[in-house]
Design a protein around this ligand. Sequence first.
Ligand code: C2E
Ligand code: CA
Ligand code: CA
Length: 541
Amino acid sequence: MILPPATTRSLRLISREFMTGALTGAALLLFIGTGGGVLLEAIEHLKGGNAVIDRTLIAAMFLNVALILFGWFRYRGLAEELSQLSDADQRAKLLSQYDPLTGFLNRRSLIEEGAALFTGSLRRGKALALLTIDLDHFKTVNDVHGYAIGDALLTLVAEKISALVPGSSLLARLNADEFACAVVFDAAYPGVVDRIADRLIADLSKPFLIGETEVHVSTSIGIARSDIDCTSMDALLRTSDMALHAAKVAGRNRHAWFDGAMERSVQLRGELEAGLRVAVPNDAIVPFFEQQVDLTTGCITGFEVLARWEHPTRGAIGPEVFIPIAEGIGLIGDLSLSVMRQAFTAARDWDAGLSLSINISPVQLRDAWLAQKIIKTLVETGFPASRLEIEITESALFDNLPLAQSIVGSLKNQGISIALDDFGTGYSSLAHLRALPFDRIKVDKSFVGSMLDNPDSMAIVNTIVRLGDSLNLPTTAEGIENAAIEERLRGMGCAKGQGYLYGRPLCAAQVRRLLAEKRLLAQRPDISAPPQRGIAPRLAG
Ligand code: C2E
Ligand code: CA
Ligand code: CA
């Protein structure tokens, strides 16, 4: 067992105190032995008797007195030091149980103290609810306002939480911006817990004033209860964390109760993670191709590359499921390069006028070597840079704009085009449009699909096409599902379109057949020829 330093020092002091005590005791005994004799001789001498005072005994007696005095002072000093140390012991103990910033319990103490509450509530026929409370985007507060404001915010949040939950609750800080609250409630009335969670979310979303700075946060809460599926405090923490994740996925700023489906989805995620670790290096995530069409001529201008995973047991899995998982486990870069390599290889002998659009995840834009990796893949597969378009979403620009600008600059230098994807869904800011030298805007399918039924969507699509016009940026509308939508877009002056009207995304072999029918396959290059390693990728066009 490792003892805290203060405790080890106290033990050392206690043993020194014992030694000092023993020494003083021995001195006292000696004093009684020697001092008694000397005193008797002295009294005899004073009475005028002929007793001779033994000088050695006198010296021994004075030595004893000195030893006793030394022992006494030493004892006093040690006792003082020991009392200081027991304060430090107390402090060390407090530090090991409580979060120093907020004074809340830490995770370990919550588990210990919660266990007693857990069994106590069961004995009384009650249930224990564990609320895991997480501030949404707390990192942004630190990034924008600095750590001092971040810490002050956490303290104020802790104060608010204490004020809003029942006094008997256990409160803990689990990590930077995650708090927990254990509340005993009547199992028949979980609505009480709902109301606590709603109150927390509503109150914590009010602005906090820290000095001159106003800080806004929102909160997500996951809740698990001891009487359903949970046998321990540990299990409650784990399940309320899953519920928290579900609340975040559902759009944050809300609370969610744990249910069994969440557990199954965590298991599925684990299975998909393991599957991806095998699938990516084996090129089992493959490119599908969605036609992009010139709205004035109706001709195919190119294809958007969409990743597909034919899972050995679960069948086809869409990118909206596996891309976030690949991002989460750091596989997105390899996945993207594998899909790119396969797509470039397949499209190498398509008509030279056909382009490929590749989706790049915001996570990839944190990789300072991204441009070099893409260019290397182009060179190795012999696909011309001028036929490649990279699609990035607005959200990719928030993280590290200077890095995104440098990556995009390198890509553009090689002749690669850049499109702003899903425009209209995020901030849709003019500043972002200007921040990077985009060549095209893509209007999100959610507006295009509903533009004939929803006047707001129609107005948004119209505004984006006009904005593109005035900035000299052609627009591509995605999600065109019928001819009436296509007609309206053409009337607005939208340059390109894509969607199920032109067909579902196809695999490489299907595209090859389609292009052969349309006579859009270039003369088959000599496949046996080695790829153009080391040649500047600007060559072809
Ligand atoms: P996205 O870039 O917005 O891609 C368009 C999505 O809309 C595709 O879904 C496509 O199949 C679908 N779509 C196309 N036409 C229509 C239509 O007429 N109606 C409707 N309702 N939907 C249509 P998919 O393939 O499931 O891709 C979803 C998202 O996954 C993509 O959205 C893209 O953000 C991401 N993604 C796909 N492949 C990759 C990839 O290789 N790398 C990265 N980073 N993301 C990818
Ligand atoms: Ca896209
Ligand atoms: Ca899109």
